[in-house]
Design a protein around this ligand. Structure first.
Ligand code: LRH
Ligand code: MN
Length: 404
C-alpha cells in the first residue's frame, strides 16, 4: 500500500517498524462493511417534538438515495436496514431493484410492534391472544418481505413491558413470547437469522420483558442456532461493561449483530463514538481477537438536530477508525503481558493502538475504493445536499410531539 500523502507515508513507516502487516490491515479495512438504518435519514425527534430538516427524504426511495450517498462517500456502507411499516411499499421488487441500481443491498428487516394502539399491553407478550396473533402475523409478513428483498435477517425489538407491579404475570408473558417467536423462527427460510434485541427499559416501565443480554440469550438458546443476540449500545444501565458482554456472546457463538450509537444518559441514539470512543475501540478489540468473525454491524441512530446525511457519514467514518485502531493492537505483546500479570503493561498495549492516528490509513483505503479520502469534507464541498434540498424542498419545521 503506497500513497502520495506524507501523513500516510509516515504512518506506514511507523507501523512497519512496529511489525504491523499493512497489507493484511488494508485488506481487512477494505472489506469492512456497515449497514445504515433507513430511519436514520428520516424525521426523528424527542418525545416532545420532531424537527424537520430541509431536504428530508419523503419516502423509502429517497432514504435509499441518501444511504447511497453515504456509501459513495465512505465506500463502507453498502447495506440499508429497513423498518416496516415505515418503509412499506406495494412493489417490493421495485424497491429491491432500486436499491441495487444505487449500489446497495437490503440489510436486516425490522418489524414494528411498538406503535399500534393494540400493543398497549404488549405485542408477543400480550395477555390477549387476538393481539398476539396480530403481532405474529406482522412478524410472518416481515419474513416474507425479507425473502422478497433478499434480506438475511429479522431484527426484532419489542417495546413490551409492564408499568406496575402485579400488572401481569412476568413468566406467563415470557412463555407467550417464546411461543410466538418459535412460530416465526419455524417460518424463517434457512437463509435468514433472527436477531433478538434487548433493552433495559422504556420510560414508565416497572418490568421489561427482554431487559438484558441474559434474557435475550436464553430466548435464543430455546429457539435455535439461527437466533442470535443483537447489542444496541444505548440499551444498558449506566456503567455496564458492554465489551465484556460482546466477548461472552462471541464465545457462545450467539452474537448476531449491533445497533451502533452513543449515549450519555439513556437511549440517546447519538452518533456512534461521539460520547465514548474508547468504549467503541474496546468493543472492536473484542471483535478482532484472533479467530473471531465480524457480525452484522448496523447503525441505529436518530439525528434530531444534526444534519442527517452528514451525521451518518461521520458515524461510518468513526466505526472505520475504531476498527482500524483495534487492528493495530500488538496481540502477542498483549498476551505476553497478560500471562506475566503485567497489569499496566497489558493496558498499555491497548493504549498504544488507541493513540495511533489512523485517519491517513482509512483515507487511503477509502481513496483506493473510489470513495472520498475525507467523506465529511467531500459532502460539505459537494452538491448532494444542495440538490436534494432543491428537489425535496427547503422546510425547517417542527411536527408531531405531544398535543400537536
Ligand atoms: C429501540 C430501537 C430498535 C428500533 C428502534 C428504532 O429503541 O433501538 O432497534 O426498532 O430503536
Ligand atoms: Mn436498536
Amino acid at each position: 500500500m503506497t500513497s502520495a500523502k506524507p501523513e500516510y507515508g509516515q504512518l506506514a513507516e511507523r507501523l512497519s517498524e512496529m511489525g504491523r502487516d499493512l497489507e493484511a490491515i488494508g485488506q481487512a479495512l477494505s472489506s469492512f462493511e456497515v449497514e445504515t438504518p433507513s430511519w436514520g435519514y428520516g424525521d426523528s425527534g424527542t418525545r416532545f417534538a420532531t424537527f424537520q430538516q430541509s431536504g428530508r427524504p419523503r419516502d423509502v426511495f429517497e432514504r435509499l438515495e441518501d444511504a447511497a450517498e453515504v456509501h459513495r462517500l465512505t465506500g463502507t456502507a453498502p447495506a440499508v436496514a429497513l423498518h416496516f411499516p415505515w418503509d412499506h411499499v406495494e412493489d417490493l421488487g421495485a424497491l429491491r431493484s432500486r436499491a441495487a441500481s444505487l449500489g446497495l443491498r437490503i440489510g436486516a428487516v425490522n418489524p414494528n410492534l411498538f406503535q399500534d394502539p393494540d400493543y398497549k399491553l404488549g405485542s408477543v407478550t400480550n395477555p390477549d391472544d387476538r393481539v398476539r396473533e396480530k403481532a405474529v402475523e406482522h412478524l410472518l409478513d416481515c419474513v416474507r418481505i425479507a425473502t422478497e428483498l433478499g434480506s438475511t435477517a429479522q431484527s426484532l425489538w419489542f417495546a413490551d413491558g409492564t408499568n406496575y407491579a402485579g400488572q401481569d404475570d412476568l413468566i406467563a408473558r415470557r412463555h407467550r413470547m417464546l411461543d410466538c417467536l418459535a412460530r416465526v423462527y419455524e417460518a424463517m427460510p434457512v437463509g435468514q437469522e433472527m436477531l433478538i434485541e434487548y433493552k433495559l427499559f422504556e420510560p414508565a416501565f416497572y418490568a421489561t420483558d427482554l431487559a438484558d443480554w441474559g434474557s435475550a440469550l436464553l430466548v435464543c438458546q430455546k429457539l435455535g442456532d439461527r437466533a442470535k443476540v443483537l447489542v444496541d449500545l444505548g440499551h444498558h444501565a449506566q456503567g455496564v461493561n458492554i465489551e465484556q458482554i460482546v466477548a461472552v456472546l462471541v464465545d457462545e457463538r450467539r452474537l448476531g449483530g449491533f445497533h451502533f450509537n452513543s449515549r450519555k444518559y439513556a437511549d440517546d441514539d447519538l452518533i456512534v463514538g461521539s460520547v465514548n470512543p474508547f468504549e467503541l475501540f474496546l468493543i472492536f478489540v473484542e471483535l478482532t481477537a484472533p479467530g473471531r468473525a465480524m457480525p452484522r454491524l448496523t447503525i441505529d441512530q436518530s439525528h434530531n438536530i444534526e444534519a442527517k446525511v452528514e451525521a451518518m457519514t461521520l458515524s461510518v467514518v468513526n466505526l472505520q477508525e475504531a476498527y482500524a485502531k483495534a487492528l493495530l493492537v500488538d496481540r502477542d505483546g498483549l498476551a505476553q503481558a497478560q500471562h506475566a500479570g503485567d497489569v499496566l503493561g497489558a493496558h498499555a498495549r491497548l493504549l498504544d493502538a488507541y493513540r495511533i492516528d489512523v485517519r491517513p490509513l482509512c483515507a487511503k483505503v477509502r481513496g483506493e475504493a473510489g470513495a472520498a479520502e475525507d467523506p465529511v469534507h467531500a459532502l460539505r464541498k459537494g452538491d448532494y445536499m444542495r440538490r436534494i434540498i432543491a428537489e425535496r424542498g427547503a422546510s425547517e419545521a417542527v411536527a408531531g410531539g405531544w398535543g400537536r
